[in-house]
Design a protein around this ligand. Structure first.
Ligand code: C2E
Ligand code: MG
Ligand code: MG
Length: 627
């Protein structure tokens, strides 16, 4: 190219006379050598420059050439340093310029980056590199030219065979050619996909999260409208909290992952398993015959979750409660279905867990009642609506009152007297049992301290109270402020307290004993493995549940149990109290069997504190009745 320039300059040298031709040629030559000549000039642009040079005098020419050189360098640097690939084709589909980035993006050999290379040759090179498997050059060419045909700017993406995604900005030019820039957006797309995945999946288990569950539900409900069915399952693990608390979060997390895997294994491809948070999961079962399919799936879930899971050397069993709502009968929008599945889950838990329940319409009514009760209950303590009744405990052989059990009553402003079965478990659920239990302890101790006889007062403790850290402190404080000797306080616990078997429960019980407080095992016989619990802690007293007493004397099984328990009590040095004694026949059997104490309507129902004090002063009439 420099020869061409030299020739043109030489033509004018005679007339102007002052140009150092060699120096000028050498400068131009150096400039063009430095640059990658192949992609810098088309023949046409050189011809143009030469034409322009013809019109100038030699001094201007020198200046112009220097400027051209500088501009050329800048342009070159700019194009090569772009992060995007760039190419420019003319109206004949021949390459004008491009950069290395563009050639490399499509694995086109660099020698094809020469000006004048045909667009077809470049596409052929890409094809030969395997970027468009199964496509022919004619197809590809036709497709690209179709993009260009309407002469409008366009943006499009191509996914190459090597997995990379290239975004193209195509800009037609006035001469019929085009300039395009290319960006490798593989990472961007991958990040976007990952963010999209994370926003709709649970990080720990990779199950769907609430957002995706809802989306899927909307999709399924569209199918329900075409006649399919949809069952929504809500699941709660039964003993997850204790695993998490006792073995730590790492084990808890591993357990949740194992549960997620098991749940995935229970469903079909078209179903969705989601984690809603904590130990709560949900499943959407679509297009199956209901309720048969839901019953089968629920049973499968209970089976797989009740087999042992081994985590870090621990053999764990979780178990689950499951609530099911089936669309369209139980709802036709996500909110209603989820609410109803949740109500059914609540029922499954109430019914003793490790069970599944379908939604029933009365659950809604009951839940509303429960909610209003909950609101009232939260206010009741502050408004002084609770009261303690006392039921005498009587020595079976002497007929003397040896103590009294404090039984909680709620004087509801509208409903009247509400019995504990209706509010104790609710107040446990909402945590009210902690302040309420403390109020019971303080009131019972204070009342008993005013009684004329030195008889004991028994207070029922909820398992939830054992989970709070300050139960012992509360007992100590109730005794101290009332002045009641510890030996007159009896604490009644049920097997469920020992079932949340951990060292701290036993430690608390031993602390009570050390204080001199007595401990009774209440409702004995209604739990699971009662005998092993008796071994675990030296109770002072066993209270035989009313359900065994009420069938006496006729029911042989009950009689055998009463006999076994009284025998056990006497050999372990524990007193035995029969609960719910109503008839003289029952009392006679209990005397016969060596039961030490009894409590029941035959002697007295639970009474308000003032009445109980009167009974203490004059127990004679009642006692005669049972002699
Ligand atoms: P529990 O501790 O086993 O109390 C005995 C229950 O049997 C009382 O029911 C009592 O009224 C009832 N009962 C006594 N004698 C007879 C009888 O001859 N026939 C019949 N049919 N029933 C009799 P109540 O007062 O309704 O209490 C029920 C349960 O509520 C109690 O069972 C106890 O588990 C719980 N509870 C009561 N007060 C408290 C409390 O202050 N704290 C806690 N955590 N639980 C309490
Ligand atoms: Mg009791
Ligand atoms: Mg009882």
């Amino acid at each position: 190219m420099h020869k061409l320039l030299a020739k043109q300059l030489a033509k004018t040298t005679d007339r102007a006379g002052a140009v150092d031709l060699d120096a000028l040629c050498s400068a131009v030559s150096d400039a063009y050598e430095e640059a990658d000549q192949d992609r810098r000039r088309t023949d046409r642009s050189i011809a143009l420059m030469v034409e322009e040079l013809d019109l100038l005098n030699s001094r201007d020419r020198g200046k112009l050439l220097a400027e051209l050189k500088q501009q050329n360098n800048r342009f070159e640097a700019a194009v090569e340093n772009m992060t995007q690939g760039l190419c420019m084709f003319d109206g004949e589909y021949r390459l004008i310029i491009c950069n290395h980035r563009w050639l490399d993006l499509f694995d086109v050999p660099r020698d094809l980056g020469r000006p004048n290379t045909s667009f077809r040759a470049i596409l052929e090179a890409r094809l030969a590199h395997g970027h468009y498997p199964g496509r022919s050059i004619d197809e590809l060419l036709a497709e690209r030219l179709a993009i260009h045909k309407d002469r409008k700017p366009k943006t499009f993406e191509q996914r190459l065979a090597n997995g990379r995604i290239v975004q193209t900005f195509h800009q037609p030019m006035a001469d019929g050619g085009w300039v395009s820039t290319f960006e490798d957006i593989t990472e961007r797309r991958r990040n976007e996909a990952q963010i999209a995945h994370m926003s709709r999946h649970d990080a720990l288990t990779d199950l769907a999260n609430r957002v995706l569950l809802r989306e899927k539900m909307e999709q399924c409900l569209a199918r329900v409208r075409r006649g399919e069915s949809l069952a929504v399952f809500f699941l709660d693990l039964d003993h997850f909290k204790s695993v998490n608390d006792s073995l730590g979060h790492a084990v808890g997390d591993a357990m949740l992952q194992a549960v997620a895997d098991r749940l995935r294994g229970c469903v079909r491809e078209s179903d969705t398993v989601a984690r809603l948070g904590g130990d709560e999961f949900a499943i959407l079962q679509v297009g199956a015959a209901q309720p048969t399919a839901a019953t089968a799936l629920a049973q499968r879930i209970l089976d797989v979750l009740s087999t042992q899971i081994e985590i870090g050397g621990h053999q764990l069993v979780t178990g689950a409660s499951v609530g099911i709502a089936v669309s369209p009968n139980d709802g036709d929008c996500p909110e209603q279905l989820m609410k109803n599945a949740d109500l059914a889950l609540y029922r499954a838990k109430q019914d003793g867990r490790n069970a599944f329940r379908f939604f029933e319409h009365d659950m809604d009514v009951k839940m509303k009642l429960r909610r209003s009760l909950e609101l009232d209950l939260r206010k009741a303590l502050a408004q002084g609506e609770f009261e303690l009744f006392y039921q005498p405990v009587v020595n079976v052989s002497t007929n003397e009152i040896t103590g009294a059990e404090a039984l909680l009553r709620w004087n509801h402003p509208e409903r009247g007297m509400v019995p504990p079965v209706e509010f104790i478990s609710l107040s446990e659920e909402i945590g009210l049992i902690i302040p309420l239990g403390e109020w019971v302890l303080r009131t019972a101790c204070a009342d008993a301290a005013t009684w004329e006889q030195d008889i004991s007062v028994a207070v029922n403790l909820s398992p939830v109270q054992f989970k709070s850290n300050n139960l012992v402190t509360t007992v100590v404080s109730a005794l101290a402020s009332s002045g009641l000797p510890a030996s007159r306080l009896e604490l009644e616990i049920t097997e469920s307290v020992l079932m949340q078997d951990n060292d701290s429960t036993l430690k608390t019980l031993h602390q009570f004993r050390a204080l001199g407080v007595r401990i009774s095992m209440d409702d004995f016989g209604t739990g699971y493995s009662s005998l092993s619990y008796l071994r675990r802690f030296p109770f002072n007293k066993i209270k035989i549940d009313r359900s065994f007493i009420q069938d006496l004397p006729g029911e042989i099984d009950s009689l055998s149990i009463v006999r076994a328990v009284t025998g056990l009590g006497s050999s372990l040095g524990m007193a035995t109290t029969a609960e719910g004694v109503e008839t003289a026949e029952q009392l006679a059997v209990l005397r016969e069997e060596g039961c030490t104490e009894m409590q029941g309507y035959i002697f007295s129902p639970p009474r308000p504190a003032r009445e109980f004090v009167k009974l203490l002063r004059n127990p004679g009439r009642k006692l005669r009745a049972i002699r």
